[in-house]
Design a protein around this ligand. Structure first.
Ligand SMILES: NC(=O)c1ccc[n+]([C@@H]2O[C@H](COP(=O)([O-])OP(=O)(O)OC[C@H]3O[C@@H](n4cnc5c(N)ncnc54)[C@H](O)[C@@H]3O)[C@@H](O)[C@H]2O)c1
Length: 286
C-alpha cells in the first residue's frame, strides 16, 4: 500500500468544527459547541462528597442531566438542590459504590428513563493515615474496596452499558497525585490510586474501538471529608512548602479539566491520559 493511502486511512473523519475553522463566529457558541453537554447524562459516583459534588455542579452547568450517586441522601440531596436552584437538572440516586447490585440498579434506572450514560465519574473515596507497620488487613481491604474495587465494578457495569448503547461515552476516574509519586502516610490510598491509573490506561486501550474514552483526573490537595484527619498542622506546613502555588485547591478549580475530558468534542482524541491539578506539587523538586 502506498504511504499516501496509509496516511489517508489513519486519519479520522473531519470534525464538524473543521469545516468552520476559517469563520470567526460568536465566542460563546464556539465554546458551547466544544464543551456543552446539553442532552447528555452524567453519572457522578461520590457526588455526595466535596470534589464529586463540585464536579456534579460543573457538569450540570455545562447542560448535562446529572445523577448524583452516593450513600448519603442528605448530602446528595443538598448537591441536587444547589444544581436545581441554579437552573440545572439533577437527581439523587442512592447507591453504595462497592455494591454491584446498586450499580446495576442505576443502569436500570437510566434505561427506564430512556437515558444513556454519556459521562461516568468515579469519585467515591476513603483514606487513612495509619503508619505502614500498623495497617491491619481489614483496613487495607476496606480502602481497596472503595477506592479500587468500586472503580473496577463501575467501569465494568457502565462500560458494558455504553458499549451496548453505542453512546461513545467518557469515563473519568478520580485518581490522585499520590498514585504517581510516593506520598508519606497514605500508603493504602496511594496504592489504590496507582492501580486506578493503570486500569484507566488499560481500559482506554481496550475501549477506544467502541468510542469510549477513559481518562483520569488527579487532584493535588483539596480539603475534603476523607482527608480531614490526614491534614494535620505539620502535614499542612509540609504540603505548602512543596506546593509552588502555596495553597490548597478549590473544588471549582477542577472544572476546566473535567469539562475537557467529559465532552465528546472537546477531547475527541484524548484517552488513557491523566490530568494532574495540584498547584505545581508534582513539578516541585527543591
Ligand atoms: N481532596 C483531595 O485532596 C483529593 C486528592 C486526590 C484525590 N481525591 C479523590 O477525589 C475523590 C473525591 O473525594 P473528596 O476528596 O471529595 O472526599 P469526600 O470525602 O468529600 O468525598 C468522597 C465521597 O465518597 C463517598 N463514598 C465513600 N465510600 C462510598 C461508597 N462505598 N459508596 C458510595 N459513596 C462512597 C463519601 O460518602 C463521600 O461523599 C476521591 O476519589 C478521592 O480519593 C481527593
Amino acid at each position: 500500500m502506498s504511504l499516501h493511502k496509509m496516511l489517508r486511512q489513519c486519519r479520522g473523519k473531519p470534525l464538524r468544527q473543521d469545516k468552520d475553522q476559517n469563520r470567526m463566529g460568536n465566542a460563546s457558541e464556539y465554546l458551547t459547541s466544544l464543551f456543552g453537554l446539553e442532552g447528555k447524562t452524567a453519572v457522578v459516583i461520590g457526588g455526595t462528597g466535596v470534589l464529586g459534588g463540585g464536579i456534579a455542579e460543573t457538569l450540570a452547568r455545562a447542560g448535562a442531566h446529572v445523577l448524583v450517586v452516593g450513600r448519603s441522601e442528605e448530602r446528595g440531596g443538598k448537591c441536587v438542590q444547589r444544581i436545581q436552584d441554579s437552573g440545572g437538572s439533577a437527581e439523587f440516586v442512592a447507591a453504595d459504590s462497592t455494591d454491584a447490585n446498586d450499580l446495576n440498579g442505576i443502569v436500570d434506572h437510566l434505561k427506564n428513563a430512556g437515558r444513556t450514560a454519556d459521562v461516568l465519574v468515579n469519585g467515591a473515596g476513603i483514606n487513612s493515615a495509619t503508619p505502614y507497620l500498623k495497617i491491619e488487613e481489614e483496613e487495607w481491604a476496606r480502602i481497596l474496596d472503595v477506592n479500587l474495587r468500586s472503580v473496577f465494578l463501575a467501569c465494568q457495569i457502565f462500560g458494558k452499558f455504553m458499549i451496548e448503547q453505542e453512546t461513545h461515552g467518557s469515563i473519568i476516574n478520580i485518581a490522585s497525585l499520590s498514585g504517581i509519586t510516593a506520598l508519606s502516610r497514605v500508603f493504602t490510598y496511594s496504592a489504590t490510586k496507582a492501580a486506578v491509573l493503570n486500569l484507566t490506561q488499560n481500559l482506554a486501550r481496550e475501549w477506544a474501538r467502541h468510542g469510549i474514552r477513559v481518562n483520569a483526573l488527579s487532584p493535588g490537595f483539596f480539603p475534603a471529608e476523607q482527608n480531614r484527619k490526614v491534614l494535620t498542622p505539620d502535614r499542612i506546613q509540609s504540603i505548602m512548602r512543596h506546593t509552588p502555588m502555596d495553597r490548597f485547591g478549590e473544588p471549582e478549580e477542577l472544572s476546566g479539566a473535567v469539562l475537557l475530558m467529559a465532552g465528546p468534542k472537546s477531547s475527541s482524541f484524548l484517552t488513557g491520559t491523566n490530568i494532574v491539578v495540584d498547584g505545581g506539587f508534582s513539578a516541585m523538586t527543591i
